[in-house]
Design a protein around this ligand. Structure first.
Ligand code: SF4
Ligand code: SF4
Length: 700
């Protein structure tokens, strides 16, 4: 389209000045953008290493799904739909922007594949795209200014709100769309007045409206308006691109890279330092993140890529119960820090400790590492690694909350947070009634058991949770599994120890357990504890395959080895609470539900927040010992959600969830009206007993 400006004899004066202006806008715009982006890259170059270049094809697939496919946006229907329209509109318009840019350099340029009727179809699409993006900007501005969704709100403790910035950006984009459409309308009017055959513009689009308004304007005026709107469009485009790295919209430039370099595996934690093996960790000068430059370059890219949409905080259970933590502001505060200490204009300065300046200790300890924030973020911003790294930094400086000091010491000396003796670890197997039906061996590598039941601390030592251990053992026995435990040789899996930043203690526990597991001769591992499952699967290396008991039961129900009797109390309504480390971190959602649905007569309902949107019960492991500042307990909120769903029995598949939920039932005053049960206990209660044929087979 711009080619006509250069070839039009009737616009010679515009041609000369227009071409110079056109070059000037692009050269100046590109120079400014390059300078600003280069300045923004400085902290990334000073950040820690982060190895993110493996599996390029998987990473490209992530771009196709999460960036191009906008996979997570529909989780918020209204905002998600608006965003998808804007994104799609921009993609269509990007070709036009690109072609205008090239046309300024070479007037004979034509976008490959876009000529004839394809070009006309594309023009129709861009006319509508500009109109839709314009309307989306109006709707988005009205939402922000009139309906004010709560998740955009900014509590005063986090500084000045960003609504003005957001509205300014929406306005700029709207102006750009108007300029784009005006250019198309003016161009069509010029062609018509010059006697060319003009393809009709998209009916009811802005371009169509402008064409109808301009049809009686004189040709010289039209030529001026067309060039003016083109230059205005380009200038606005560059202004917008250069402004983005100063505010909340930098994600438009960085998001594609952020998605490409995002973490590929769930449930994992970053090492203390990328590229430094455990053996060389003693050479690392400092653990974790203490100052901004201790973040990895990818984590800094996360800060730039946040769109400030508030979805993470909206789903954060810690935030919901009034703990001093908002994942959104973990990011925004770090980005503000970066902008302030690495300014585009001026010298870089920094290296202040982050704890005590932008973050508080309570804020960082408040996280349960449930993963709800990461699950929700459309741009795949990561939080758990950063929070754990900040904790590592605090731990190294001896900054450990008082309430955690005792359990951490006990873990160091006794291998469990309760300070109980090793030799009592298998006492749960000695209950008289249980021993009569199920004999649990302690594995020694030669007593013929292929399966190790890894019990972990809470199920071994907590009186209430020992019942889950016995049910798990009875299930394994019922399906004919030759299994055993490590007994006194087992120590805490160290899952929470690691997530609380005590990497050295975790490594000691891991090495001890790894040796014991190897010595046991086990070929597979089963556990009833999702935290142990996650640790053995992701924090340990080279172990036999690990499964949660719900996966084993689900498989054996399908194979017919486990059959259920009618549900004990038909009046009960059950709901399943997804433990974070079984669901979100390990993607086991269906197996527990399949097991429940296989019990005849069992009525099951879903809570409003379930599966990957499950609401953390309050956290496991050391979180049980942590006393956060909060308005109410997460477990109480969760129990209320179950009651709202119409359930009176909450089924879970994690001993830590059981502690939190049973406690919350009492706190919520629902004792007698609501109860909690572990999936293994429920299965144990409803399994049909062994047939006489099976018993005879065993006796042989
Ligand atoms: S992991 Fe969970 S508790 Fe921690 S910030 Fe994210 S949503 Fe909040
Ligand atoms: S981190 Fe992600 S979910 Fe949270 S505000 Fe930023 S873009 Fe939204």
């Amino acid at each position: 389209m711009l080619g006509d400006i250069h070839s039009s004899g009737q616009a010679a004066h515009w041609f000369v000045w227009g071409r110079i202006l056109f070059y000037a806008v692009h050269v100046f715009g590109l120079a400014c953008l390059s300078f600003i982006v280069a300045k923004r890259l400085i902290p990334l170059l000073r950040g820690e290493r982060d190895l993110r270049s493996n599996q390029p094809l998987t990473r490209v697939a992530k771009i196709l799904k999460f960036w191009l496919g906008q996979w997570k946006h529909p989780r918020y229907a209204t905002a998600g739909t608006i965003h998808i329209f804007i994104f799609a509109g921009f993609l269509v318009l990007a070709i036009r922007t690109f072609s205008v840019l090239i046309l300024g350099l070479s007037e004979n340029f034509a976008v490959p594949g876009l000529s004839g009727s394809w070009a006309h179809l594309y023009d129709i699409a861009t006319d509508y795209a500009a109109t839709i993006v314009f309307l989306c900007m109006v709707v988005a501005a009205v939402r922000r200014l009139v309906f004010k969704p709560e998740r955009y709100a900014q509590p005063s403790k986090y500084g000045i709100g960003r609504t003005a910035d957001a509205i300014f950006l929406l306005g700029l984009i709207a102006v750009m769309m108007l300029a784009d459409s005006f250019f198309a309308g003016a161009h069509a009017s010029i062609r018509a007045q010059q006697g060319f055959e003009v393809e009709p513009l998209a009916t009811l689009s802005l371009a169509w409206a402008f064409q109808n308004t301009l049809h009686s304007t004189t040709l010289p005026t039209l030529l001026g308006l067309r060039l003016g709107s083109c230059l205005f469009h380009e200038a606005t485009f560059y202004f917008l691109m250069c402004y983005r790295p100063f505010g909340i919209q930098f994600h438009v430039i960085t998001s594609i890279f952020n998605v490409y370099f995002s973490r590929l595996e769930r449930g994992t934690l970053k090492p203390v330092r990328w590229g430094v093996s455990d053996e060389r960790l003693d050479q690392v000068k400092s653990f974790g993140v203490k100052k901004f430059e201790d973040f990895t370059w990818k984590h800094m890219l996360d800060f730039y890529s946040c769109a400030d949409c508030g979805r993470c905080t909206d789903n954060c259970p810690a935030n919901a119960v009034g703990r001093p933590l908002s994942p959104r502001f973990i990011t925004i505060k770090a980005r503000d820090y970066s902008y302030e200490h690495y300014p585009v204009f001026g010298r870089s300065n920094g290296s202040e400790p982050l704890i005590g300046t932008i973050y508080s200790e309570d804020e960082i300890w408040s996280c349960t590492t449930c993963g709800a924030c990461e699950e929700e973020c459309p741009l795949l911003v990561e939080y758990i690694d950063k929070i754990v790294d900040l904790r590592r930094g605090m731990i190294e400086e001896g900054n450990v909350p008082q309430c955690l000091q005792k359990p951490l010491k006990a873990l160091e000396s006794r291998g469990n947070p309760y300070g109980k003796m090793d030799k009592k670890r298998a006492d749960w197997t000695k209950a008289k009634e249980f021993q009569q039906t199920c004999n649990v061996k302690t594995l020694n590598g030669s007593n013929g058991a292929d399966t190790l039941y890894f019990v972990d601390s809470i199920t071994s030592y907590d009186d209430r949770m020992q019942s889950i251990g016995r049910s798990t053992a009875k299930i394994l026995d019922r399906i004919g599994e030759k299994f055993g435990i490590l007994g006194a040789a087992e120590k805490d899996s160290g899952h929470e120890v690691r997530r609380f930043g005590e990497e050295t203690l975790f490594m000691a526990l891991r090495d001890h357990n790894t040796e014991a597991i190897e010595a046991s001769g086990a070929k597979r591992i089963v556990t009833n504890d999702p935290h142990a499952l996650n640790a053995l699967k992701h924090d340990y290396q080279d172990l036999p395959p690990v499964e949660h008991i719900s996966q084993v039961v689900s498989r054996e129900v399908k194979s017919g080895k486990i059959k259920f009797q009618e549900v004990e109390n038909q009046a009960n309504v059950y709901t399943y609470h997804d433990p974070c480390y079984l669901g979100r971190h390990n993607q086991v959602y269906d197996d527990p539900r399949d097991v429940l649905d296989a019990i005849p007569g069992l009525k099951r309902v879903e809570m409003s927040r379930s599966r990957d949107r499950s609401f953390c019960c309050g956290g496991g492991g050391l979180m049980l010992f942590y006393e956060p500042k909060e308005d109410q307990r997460m477990g109480v909120l969760r129990v209320k959600m179950a009651a709202e769903a119409g359930a009176n029995v909450i089924v879970t598949a994690c001993p830590f969830c059981m502690v939190n939920i049973e406690d919350a039932i009492k706190v919520a005053g629902l004792e007698g009206k609501m109860s909690a049960v572990d999936l293994a206990e429920l299965v144990d209660k409803h399994m049909e007993p062994k047939t006489s044929a099976a018993l005879q087979e065993e006796a042989k």
